[in-house]
Write a protein that binds this ligand. Structure first.
Ligand code: ZN
Length: 335
């Protein structure tokens, strides 16, 4: 308790300096833990709806306005914009329609949902779930990394190592190697991309219902959710522009904002930020944690975002917005 008070005191002291003007939060799914997922890394992207609502209450109690990305951009240019925060959801999971939409409507707060059309269609792999499913079940996985490699997965630590190795390949390898991995996961281990999409992702009717809600903006998230830095420039640009084109066609609404898949260094960098600018996106977001400062009006194609985990409390959110989340994050990692 004392440690928490010290941290909160630290937050109050640090906020004027490190808190910036506002922040963008990144979520994926809302709901209970998914019993079909083995790995904690995948469970961590699912936030209980009650916690999400508690965090919205916290923002309201602290006088932090929940605003759209356009309003955030406007506020960065104002001398005294008032504290603000944007809500964003990545990928296009079903619960964004089933659970998030009613919350946004009831509370009249805006959110941006970045949708990758290939994930909705089931043509792009939800590889993080395909791997989860296969490694949870199999004692050994044979995958082309690109050489055929046997990954031991006999117990939990071995499964964790196998997941980390395979995920590293999916994030850093050239497109052909990733395609080979998915073919192997589907062919040998039954991880059918279309079946995974049907279970986890929205269909287009759901995306359209979200797009029709006045509190929701649909943003682009590339076509097939690749680590863009592994593509040549023309292919990276086609993924970004193609996503916008398809979403505009499906929803009948302008798509003006972009989130880079994964959003971490190695998957996204200067080239992608420049492309997002050239292609005319108003903002583009990464997953580098951090707050928004006046300088982000000029650097609007590499906005940072704070992730939110199921174990985050209102106090943890306050620390993130104060710019001092790292000590807490480090303490969590020690466990
Ligand atoms: Zn994503």
């Amino acid at each position: 308790m004392k440690a928490l008070l010290v941290r909160l005191g630290l937050a109050a002291l640090a906020r004027p300096l490190l808190g910036g003007l506002g922040a963008v939060l990144v979520f994926h799914r809302l709901g209970p833990r998914d019993p079909g997922l083995f790995f904690e890394a995948n469970q961590r992207n699912i936030i209980p709806a009650a916690l999400f609502e508690q965090l919205l209450d916290t923002l309201a109690a602290d006088g932090v306005a929940v605003v759209s990305l356009d309003e955030a951009l406007d506020r960065l240019a104002q001398p005294r914009p008032g504290r603000f925060c944007c809500l964003t959801f990545d990928d296009g999971y079903r619960d964004n329609h089933d659970i998030l939409l009613p919350i946004l409507q009831a509370r009249r707060v805006p959110a941006t949902i970045y949708v990758a059309p290939g994930l909705v269609d089931g043509t792009a792999p939800l590889w993080w779930y395909a791997l989860d499913q296969a490694i949870a079940r199999e004692p050994v996985l044979r995958l082309p990394l690109p050489q055929e490699t046997d990954l031991p997965a006999g117990d939990a630590p071995a499964k964790a190592r196998a997941f980390a190795t395979a995920a590293g390949v999916m994030l850093g390898a050239p497109p052909a190697v990733r395609a080979g991995m998915m073919t192997a996961l589907a062919g040998r281990y039954g991880a059918d991309p279309a079946a995974l999409a049907a279970r986890h992702m929205m269909d287009w009717a759901m995306v359209r219902r979200l797009a029709d809600c006045p509190f929701v903006e649909i943003g682009a998230h590339t076509l097939s959710h690749p680590p863009l830095a592994t593509l040549d420039e023309a292919a990276a640009a086609a993924e970004m522009a193609g996503s916008r084109e398809r979403l505009e066609h499906e929803t009948g609404r302008a798509v003006r904002h972009l989130a880079f898949p994964y959003g971490v260094p190695g998957t996204t960098g200067e080239r992608e930020w420049r492309l997002a600018d050239t292609l005319g996106f108003r903002t583009a977001v990464t997953t580098a944690p951090g707050n928004l400062f006046a300088r982000h009006a000029g650097q609007r194609h590499a906005w940072p975002r704070h992730g939110v985990a199921p174990f985050d409390s209102p106090a943890a959110l306050r620390l993130k917005l104060a710019g001092v989340s790292n000590p807490l994050r480090a303490a969590r990692a020690d466990r």
